[in-house]
Write a protein that binds this ligand. Structure first.
Ligand code: PMP
Length: 436
């Protein structure tokens, strides 16, 4: 199969005259000839301007956990619209959602809302600093925590050779415009190395406010921390008075009702949620331990004009009710397992070595015997087969991220017909990749 993208290509040219790269987010630009524009999404599928249908495993980078345009959530959102939007005052619904989150996630006593993952992590980091009176923080290699200056950093492995140096790789900003000054505040350490973390804490512990981690790296192929490592990190945070922030923007209300914390048996001091909590309506949350959260309004600033908008909070109330009270998450994980088993059969039949990482509801696919255990392994692995296969998959009617960094997100609407179509497309895409 080869798609026609006539209308998307024409729209791209028009959009380019008013939107940088013709899109609303850098990540949505896939090349001048390959950038597609969505006409609509329903269930587990999307349609582009040329009426090409795709089974979609990006789900807006995770939010559409029940499927696009879920009628239950959309009806709740319509009722939320009746309330009237934003008031510069609170509404009753906020309590309902906060109470639900606190009951689903055992580490959460109190909740504040915000509008995006970026905003929630930004607020969490400030809270940790306010609570500890310290400024520095530590993040893990391969993590992504949003678009703000403090976290838009990575280690540069390109010209770094562990054979010839004892130094850690240099920190580099992801973007121009990130001030150099920020570098002094953060340290980045490889995941799954508790000794290095302890070293860092021992040397700088009295300056470190927070350790910010994502134990299943939703922006790095679903690379997963050893739960022992996360538990060790918890203990080190306690020992050195560092606030443990677990970023559940992607894992929250997806990998388990209580998120990755439940899965790994670890409690954060503060955690952040967004994506799956309202099936795509725009809301995020910061949750945490009572003594820390009470710093809001007691020295630490938090607010936002659109925070807990009546549409978003109504959508969150309904989405979380469904995720909490129905077997939706079991269904999603079962679909993910079925998909991975089907892909595995197709690859095994062709003798193609592969493995999966993450969780069935957000799994990464690797063409290696074992999935990487940290960003350094992934960065030095060969992911060209994946990238070529992904391009063929798009042609065959399945949307996954063009590169292997983003896991495959599964929703409740990825039913057997979606899975059958996906596996047929996968088989064709793999064969085309092998032929290339
Ligand atoms: N944290 C994590 C773990 C994320 O995956 C993302 C977004 N991909 C963010 C924070 C930022 O969220 P947003 O794009 O809603 O600002």
């Amino acid at each position: 199969m080869s798609r026609k993208l006539t209308k998307s290509n024409a729209h791209f040219k028009k959009a380019l005259t008013r939107l940088p790269l013709g899109v609303a987010s850098n990540f949505r630009y896939w090349g001048d000839d390959r950038t597609i524009y969505v006409k609509k999404g329903r269930g587990g599928r999307i349609w582009d301007l040329d009426d090409n249908a795709y089974v979609d495993y990006r789900l807006g980078y995770g939010p559409a956990i029940l499927g696009y345009a879920d009628p239950r959530v959309d009806e709740a959102a319509r009722q939320g619209m009746e309330v009237g939007g934003v008031f510069a005052l609170s509404t009753e619904r906020e309590y309902e959602v906060a109470d639900r989150i606190a009951k689903m996630v055992s580490s959460v006593d109190l909740v504040r809302f915000s509008n995006s993952g970026t905003e929630a992590v930004m607020a969490a980091l400030r809270l940790a600093r306010g609570y500890t009176g310290r400024d520095s923080y530590v993040i893990l290699e391969g993590g992504y925590h949003g678009l703000f200056d403090a976290v838009l950093w990575a280690t540069s492995l390109d010209r770094w050779d562990p054979e010839t140096t004892d130094e850690d790789p240099p920190l580099v900003p992801y973007s121009q415009g990130v001030p150099e000054l920020v570098r002094r505040l953060l340290q980045i350490t490889p995941m799954n190395d508790a000794n290095r973390l302890e070293d860092l804490f021992r040397k700088n512990g009295d300056r470190i406010a927070a350790l910010l981690i994502e134990p299943i790296q939703g922006n790095c192929c679903g690379i997963t921390a050893d739960p022992e490592y996360v538990r060790a990190a918890r203990q080190l945070c306690d020992k050195y008075g560092v606030v443990l922030i677990i970023d559940e923007v992607k894992t929250g209300f997806r990998v388990a009702k209580g998120g990755v914390q439940e899965l790994m048996g670890v409690e954060a001091d503060i955690c952040t949620f967004a994506k799956a909590m309202a099936n795509g309506y725009q809301i995020a949350a910061i949750g945490g331990r009572e003594d820390i959260m009470r710093k809001y309004g007691n020295g630490v600033a938090h607010g936002g004009t659109y925070t807990a908008h009546s549409v978003a909070i109504a959508a969150a109330a309904k989405t979380l009710e469904i995720l909490d009270e129905t077997p939706a998450l079991e269904t999603i994980a079962a679909y993910g397992e079925r998909l991975q088993a089907g892909m595995g059969r197709i690859l095994n039949d062709r003798g193609i070595v592969h493995s999966f990482a993450g969780h069935p509801s957000m799994g990464g696919l690797f063409f290696a015997e074992e999935p990487p255990t940290n960003y350094r392994d992934w960065k030095t692995s060969d992911y060209t087969f994946y990238d070529t296969m992904a391009a063929h998959l798009h042609d065959e009617g399945v949307i996954c991220e063009p590169d292997s960094r983003e896991p495959w997100f599964i929703c409740e609407a990825h039913d057997q017909s979606c899975l059958n179509d996906t596996l047929a497309a996968f088989e064709a895409a793999v064969d085309r990749t092998v032929e290339d």
